[in-house]
Design a protein around this ligand. Structure first.
Ligand code: NAP
Length: 308
């Protein structure tokens, strides 16, 4: 990425235990604007690859009728289209046999026009999601969910980072604040968000604490954090009294408030007054997740174009 993209929103701050003035506190990190910038760049890189006869291609598989999944899949296909990618959308009835799905994945593994394969979760109960994820070729695992991809992240080998935590890293980078030596607290330890998030922060030389449902006194940990990433799925997990002044707060959560409106895990209004930088929900992590899926697919195609 050109430096400009990452530095444009930069407002380096001192992450010390200091009382910030209201004017300084709580700069919103705009995931929509950052996504727009990145997607323009992705489209340019895709066009230059396509001119070399390697158009980036993503296959998206949806099994069943889950309404939220249908929206997510539609947004992913739309984003591919806008970026100039080739995309294939395969939709199956909820009673699709597991072995038929695995055969489709094997066929897509061998399809030269496809550089990324995504199977939308959750799957119907009779299909084992682990078998499905492991069936995707590591070279096309653009969601980064397979055991091999997780191992690559753990060991620092080149591979695909899971899109949501990868997007969080780009949001943090857009602040211009270096993570080196900073204390990062991740709330949540799922395989798809919390754990990979912790590894990516570690890779950037942060000192990382991972909290979860059995953590005693969450506030004691978050109050020490220069960066907090909340990935729980519960409203108001992080409130203003739990945040160190000037901290960067990234809200991954997707919940509904009493009015049915989308909201995150963080009490945005309260925390914004204390934090140095904060992502809103909606308009923070969400758009970046799809953007990083495009990045992974593009990079997969670029690897193919570069040859063995
Ligand atoms: P998950 O698999 O349910 O994991 C939630 C984590 O939160 C678990 O590790 C759990 O701990 C921990 N937790 C639960 N209650 C807690 C508490 N009171 N204090 C501290 N930790 C607690 O969820 P996920 O898939 O990681 O997703 C988390 C949230 O992010 C959800 O709202 C999801 O919808 C959202 N999300 C958003 C995007 C996006 O693109 N914006 C993408 C993915 C996920 P245990 O391990 O001990 O149970």
């Amino acid at each position: 990425m050109p430096a400009a993209v990452w530095q444009s929103a930069a407002r380096p701050i001192e992450l010390r235990n200091q009382t910030m003035t209201q004017k300084e506190a709580g700069q919103r990190i705009d995931g929509v604007a950052l996504s727009r910038q990145l997607r323009a760049e992705i489209a340019q890189r895709a066009a230059s690859l396509t001119a070399r006869h390697v158009q980036p291609g993503l296959a998206v598989i949806l099994v069943g009728e889950d309404p939220a999944s249908q929206v997510y899949v539609r947004n992913k296909i739309k984003a591919c289209h806008e970026a100039g990618f080739h995309s294939v959308f395969e939709k199956y009835d909820a009673d699709l046999a597991e072995d038929v799905l695995l055969q489709r994945i094997h066929a897509l593994n061998g399809d030269a026009a496809i550089h990324g394969i995504l199977v939308q979760m959750p799957l119907p109960r009779h299909i084992d999601p682990h078998k499905v994820i492991e069936a995707i070729a590591t070279s096309k695992d653009v969601d980064g969910y397979s055991t091999l991809s997780a191992g690559e992240l753990l060991t620092g080998a080149p591979g695909f980072n899971p899109c949501t935590p990868y997007g969080c890293m780009k949001l943090i980078a857009s602040t211009g604040v270096s993570l080196r030596g900073k204390h990062a607290v991740v709330i949540g330890r799922s395989n798809t968000v919390g754990k990979p998030m912790a590894l990516m922060l570690l890779q950037e030389n942060a000192t990382v604490t991972v909290c979860h449902s059995a953590t005693m006194d969450l506030k004691r940990h978050t109050l020490q954090a220069d960066v907090v990433v909340a990935a729980v799925g519960r409203r108001n997990v992080l409130t203003a009294d739990m945040v160190k002044p000037g901290a960067i707060v990234i809200d991954v959560g997707m919940n509904r408030d009493d009015q049915g409106k989308l909201c995150g895990d963080v009490d945005f209004d309260g925390v914004q007054a204390v934090a140095g930088f904060i992502t809103p929900v909606p308009g923070g992590v969400g758009p970046m997740t799809i953007t990083m899926l495009l990045v992974n697919t593009l990079e997969s195609a670029e690897r193919v174009a570069a040859g063995p």
